[in-house]
Design a protein. Structure first.
Length: 265
């Protein structure tokens, strides 16, 4: 059983929902990401999504775009991201880590090399925004061969056919994008989320997390009430971008602990 599957199984047994924060590798400080990850895990994050910076992040709103630009300007690429995971793993061998990003950095690194090195670093899952499920069954098999999960996005516009295809390939969890548009856009409509989750679960047997538009503890709690996990990125990245180097990890911990208390209340 993968770390992601084991984490969701343990939460399910406890009657709890998963909290999945997203941060951009190397932002707001090139050397702070492992400490931020550790702080979030200790504060109650169940899975950590680690963004791989890319110059053309088409699904990301301005906050995460700017975080990626800052990280790229500091020289953060795939080798540095994998080193951050290795540093995190030296102190935490339990919390799952998912790399989230785009096809270009993976393919520039080399797909087979990426799979081998990500597994060796301690990565548990991969979410490639612009890999459609119809074109990456071989990639999914390569990851599974190394004990890693391939995670897919679904959206309000996803057809039953697309959902069923994802259901046949996906492992770990599925990330439901609750809004049309980019990260951080719009207002969360929890009634629409509640209506969509049963459609997804009719075809998808892995847990369903919901993200895009969750900005605070109340939003996370509302989403978790109708799904298996709350995914929160833009609001966290925005909070961290203004912190001093010494305060960035404590600020991440404070943010996560507030969300965790809301989910468990």
């Amino acid at each position: 059983m993968s770390r992601i599957a084991a984490t969701f199984a343990a939460l399910r047994a406890q009657g709890r929902k998963a909290l999945i924060p997203y941060v951009t590798s190397g932002d707001p400080y090139a050397d702070a990401t492992p400490q931020i990850m550790l702080a979030m895990a200790r504060a109650g994050a169940d899975v950590i999504e680690l963004g791989v910076p890319f110059s053309d992040p088409m699904a990301d709103g301005p906050v995460i775009q700017k975080a990626g630009e800052r990280a790229l300007a500091r020289g953060i690429g795939m080798p540095q991201v994998l080193e951050m995971v290795r540093a995190f793993r030296r102190e935490d061998d339990k919390t799952p880590v998912v790399l989230m990003g785009y096809a270009n950095p993976v393919e520039r690194y080399g797909v087979e090399r990426f799979v081998a090195d990500a597994s060796a670093a301690g990565v548990d899952g991969v979410l490639v925004v612009d890999y459609p499920p119809e074109e990456c069954e071989a990639f999914a098999a390569m990851l599974k061969g190394k004990g890693m999960d391939l995670i897919f996005l679904l959206a309000p516009t996803s057809t039953d056919e697309r959902i069923a295809h994802v259901g046949r390939i996906a492992s770990g969890y599925v990330y439901y994008v609750s809004l049309k548009g980019v990260t951080g856009a719009g207002n969360l409509d929890t009634s629409a989320v509640a209506a969509m989750i049963p459609r997804i679960k009719a075809h998808v047997k892995v847990p369903v997390g919901v993200g895009f538009g969750i900005r605070d503890a109340a939003g996370a709690k509302a989403v978790a009430a109708v799904s298996d996990a709350a995914v929160i990125g833009t609001a966290l990245v925005q909070k961290l971008e203004t912190q001093t180097r010494d305060n960035v990890a404590p600020a991440a911990a404070e943010f996560i602990s507030t969300i965790r208390r809301a989910l468990d209340s």
